[in-house]
Design a protein around this ligand. Structure first.
Ligand code: AMP
Length: 368
């Protein structure tokens, strides 16, 4: 079967790597000639709203999916008009592309969020700060990722500079959540509505970028709360594929931050750390195949490699460590790969982690 992917980054690349053993073929559409998935599958170079290129992809593929959530709405609609199956559904993409719609949907489903207000002028920002109070986070409603397009407001002097930095596009002001930890829920829903949930993942960010994920997090009550939230979202969106939801944990309750209608960085550990990876389950879901077990195989931790890859031999010298280079040129701030460490026992995991952390520029004391 032929699978088309809109976007040719590392997520498309890992989807293809998971799909080849299933006998699938892939083509990706990406504006960049050097998109890293192009190293392992044919790449159609073209803009995401290039109707001719989209048609070319749709004519070749039986199923089309995407590897990032900012696929233009017009492209999603154009693909849905073709004879291919396009999943996850365009409605889920639309909800995830705008932080206001996303939060409104969470509220409608009874999923708690930080307090929020739309902001389209400096006056509205001042009024919103009056209602939400400081500290707060000002975010662009669209096209934000990895902490880009957001500013934390701690004092009233921060209001004008934040407006100058971000104003001019629709914004959202959110209450700052003094969270105890951040977690994510990954779930996959098949074409027949069958749904599977992965164990709860704990995430650590630095400068808005995910640096470390650990799973499973032994917190059964939080996990079942997260799975309930995910189930309601999947059903409401008539979702097919893998969905990730990121939450803050405050006072032992979940507060939703955002969702991603695609495979997610906080699920990379599942390649070695779960019976079926998130990538394989996404493909199984969109192809109408039976979903695979999400059971964790012991304990896993995933470390992102930001800017450059660590030395291969140093990583592989750590028992249980796996090396994933995405084939991307090194660039400050760029996700170029990840490492996964898997162990049967948490103690062994910690010993290996202490050796890997310095290799990716992190201090052991940050992640006790
Ligand atoms: P986002 O791009 O919305 O996922 O934000 C990136 C990271 O910034 C989150 O994972 C948090 O670590 C932090 N952050 C975002 N929004 C808030 C908030 N309302 N309160 C506290 N921290 C936040």
């Amino acid at each position: 079967m032929n699978v088309g992917i809109v976007g040719g980054g590392q997520l498309a690349r890992m989807l293809a790597l998971a799909g080849y053993p299933l006998g699938l073929r892939f083509q990706m559409l990406d504006p960049a000639a050097d998109a890293c998935a192009g190293q392992i599958a044919p790449l159609i170079q073209g803009d995401y709203d290039d109707e001719a290129r989209l048609r070319q992809l749709a004519e070749w593929a039986e199923v089309v999916t995407f590897d990032f959530e900012n696929v233009p709405a017009a492209a999603a609609r154009a693909l849905e008009r073709q004879t291919v199956t396009f999943n996850p559904p365009a409605g889920a993409l639309a909800a995830a592309q705008d932080r206001l719609y996303e939060k409104a949907l969470f509220w409608e489903l009874g999923i708690p969020t930080p307090p929020f207000a739309t902001v389209d002028s400096l006056e509205e920002l001042r009024a919103a700060v009056g209602r939400i109070h400081l500290p707060a986070v000002l975010k662009t409603r669209r096209l934000g990722y990895d902490g880009k397009g957001q500013r934390v407001l701690r004092a009233s002097e921060d209001i004008e500079p934040a407006w100058r930095a971000l104003g001019g596009v629709p914004l959202l002001l959110e209450g700052f959540v003094p969270f105890q930890r951040e977690v994510s829920v990954l779930a996959a829903r098949g074409r027949d509505g069958a749904t599977v949930f992965y164990p709860l993942v704990e995430n650590h960010h630095r400068d808005g970028i995910l640096r470390l994920s650990r799973a499973p997090l032994a917190a059964p009550e939080l996990e079942s709360e997260g799975w309930d939230h995910a189930r309601r979202l999947l059903e409401r969106l008539n979702y097919v594929g893998l969905l990730a939801i990121e939450f803050f944990v405050r006072d032992d309750r979940l507060i939703a931050n955002e969702m991603a209608p695609r495979v997610h960085n906080s699920g990379h550990w599942t390649i070695e750390g779960a019976t079926t990876s998130q990538f394989e389950n996404h493909l199984r879901a969109i192809l109408g195949l039976p979903l695979g077990s999400t059971t964790a195989l012991g304990h896993s931790v995933m470390l992102n490699c930001i800017g450059a890859m660590p030395e291969r031999a140093a990583v592989l010298a750590v028992p249980g460590a796996h090396y994933h280079a995405y084939g991307k040129a090194p660039l400050p701030g760029r996700k170029v790969g990840h490492l996964t460490l898997r162990a049967e026992h948490p103690d062994a995991l910690q010993t290996g982690l202490d050796r890997l952390l310095p290799l990716v520029g992190l201090e052991a004391s940050e992640f006790d």
